[in-house]
Write a protein that binds this ligand. Structure first.
Ligand code: GLU
Length: 510
């Protein structure tokens, strides 16, 4: 029977979740849902030095905003609870000791002074220092000290760590679902620390492998920065005797700077004016960072954009709902090379989602902004106005500038437009047009348009001039939708009032 798909997103709460991390979570989620499997959220908080208050809550809220659902994990619970590694601390020592007993790991008692001395010695000889088979027996370790001494040191509370005993000169053959077969010679690897007595905590490597095993993870989908750890992880599975249930691995390509060179960083975002975090963030020390949510992006657009940074559907389709992504997603179509982030494309996606929103959806999003400006209208009106202008907006926040004149009569008139359309015959023509409009009973868009056009044609007046001076009166500027959308919305009374205000309030330009 095929194994149940169980994947995990395993962030460390060291700060706000980078959009690269959100993409890792997303690909895990899409993979899990595509295969009818489970998505697990595990918080890897064993590095107390790098722990940042508020980061875990930020991660959870980000996933929620993105619509990435967690089946098991922190905040949800599940059969393998707890899912926060700091709450599992008593589990790990047993496993670390098991490796020592089996000869795969050893206790090391060296001090930082001893290590520094060796490092200097190596540097003096032009070598780079590595903690490996060349030094492990020269230092005070359970490989160099008698067993009684090791026991005595532990019993009296000396500080120790457990290190993995990396085999010498062995080729580890690995398989990555994105990169294919990978081989590494163990002589290039060092003896990583697995457990530290100082804080009674495991390191990432031990906790990660033990938990993936205990939580029955079938596939590990994570960032490419973890690929160098893969040989150690393979060897840990072997050392524990868990090779039969070792998960499959997929290492995702990096998200690159817009210029292509190097990993996308917060600095790039600050410089070019786009967020690299899903939500606004305030660090415990008061530093802040922009977020997609607060900058006005729709979560669907954000997710759609991220999905296509490193994966492609093999077709021209660009707009995908979450369900469509789940359907189409496969690791085969994740690329090996880094994906360049394009700020303009993020905006393009948002605009696409804006254009697809119904008036009713727009009303809900636009009402808070209208209220902020003191405009009280019902949802139908808010949605109608937003719907007329949505094609020109990228963000909901753009709508106010695009539609404010629907609600507020102009009090100033754009200089440039006045110079063009409030001179010569314009005032007289507008006065005539006012009379025509005053005679119309049915002020619907179609009827007004028909009557006004017939009048302009009959008179042989310049259509552009007339419509633009009408626009000046109603909008106060050279922007806005078709004029009859505006007249129909304002109604006869308000339309005439605004025309009168221009005629009586602003002297024509000489
Ligand atoms: N805690 C690691 C991180 O922060 C998880 C790496 C993994 O998925 O194995 O990225």
């Amino acid at each position: 029977m095929a194994r149940e798909v169980r994947v995990r997103f395993a962030p460390s709460p060291t700060g706000p979740l980078h959009i690269g991390g959100v993409r890792t979570a997303l690909y895990n989620y899409l993979f899990a849902r595509h295969h009818g499997g489970k998505m697990i959220l595990r918080i890897e908080d064993t590095d107390s030095q790098r722990f940042v208050e508020g980061a875990e809550a930020y991660i959870i809220e980000s996933l929620k905003w993105c619509g990435i659902e967690i089946d098991e994990g922190v905040g949800v619970g599940g059969p393998h609870a707890p899912y926060r590694q700091s709450e599992r601390r008593e589990i790990y020592l047993k496993y670390a000791r098991q490796l020592v007993d089996a000869g795969w790991a050893y206790y090391a008692f060296d001090t930082s002074e001893e290590l520094d001395a060796l490092r200097h010695e190596a540097e003096a000889e032009g070598r780079t220092f590595a903690y490996n088979s060349t030094v492990r027996e020269k230092l005070p370790t359970s490989l160099s000290l008698p067993a009684s001494e090791v026991e005595a040191r532990i019993a009296r509370g000396d500080v120790w760590v457990i290190r993995f005993k990396m085999p010498e000169n062995e080729v580890v053959k690995m398989h990555d679902l994105i990169r294919g077969d990978v081989e590494v010679n163990t002589s290039t690897l060092d003896d990583k620390v697995l457990y530290k007595s100082a804080d009674a905590l495991p390191t990432y490597h031990l906790a990660n492998i033990v938990d993936d095993h205990l939580m029955e993870i079938s596939h590990v989908i994570r960032g490419e920065e973890w690929l160098p750890s893969l040989p150690l992880h393979y060897l840990l599975y072997r050392a524990f005797g868990w090779e039969d249930t070792r998960p499959e691995f997929a290492h995702l390509p990096l998200l690159l700077k817009p210029t292509g060179g190097g990993k996308l960083s917060k600095r790039d975002g600050d410089k070019m004016g786009f967020p690299v975090f899903p939500l606004y963030w305030v660090s415990p020390t008061g530093e802040t960072a922009h977020g997609y949510r607060e900058d006005g992006y729709f979560p669907e657009a954000f997710i759609n954009m991220l999905a296509l940074l490193g994966w492609n559907p093999g077709t021209e389709q660009e707009i995908f709902s979450m369900d469509e992504l789940i359907d189409a997603f496969s690791l085969d179509r994740v690329s090996k090379s880094g994906a360049r982030f394009q700020p303009d494309k993020a905006k393009w996606f948002n605009a696409q989602y804006m254009h697809r929103k119904s008036d009713a959806e727009l009303a809900v999003l636009y009402q808070p902004i209208l209220r902020e400006h003191g405009i009280e209208v019902d949802d139908e009106v808010a949605g109608h106005v937003a719907g007329i202008m949505k094609e020109r907006a990228v963000f909901i926040g753009d709508l106010w500038d695009l539609t404010s004149y629907f609600f507020i009569a102009p009090s100033v008139y754009e200089e440039k437009q006045l110079k063009k359309y409030w001179r010569g015959e314009n005032p007289a023509h507008l006065a005539e047009l006012r009379a025509v409009l005053a005679s119309i009973d049915d002020f619907s868009k179609e009827n007004t348009e028909r009557i006004v056009h017939a009048w302009i044609e009959e008179k042989g007046y310049p259509m552009g001039q007339i419509m633009n001076s009408l626009r000046l009166a109603l909008v106060g500027a050279g922007k806005g939708p078709g004029m009859y959308d505006v007249t129909a919305f304002l109604g006869k009374e308000e339309t005439l009032r605004r025309i009168d205000a221009l005629i009586s309030g602003v002297a024509p330009v000489e």
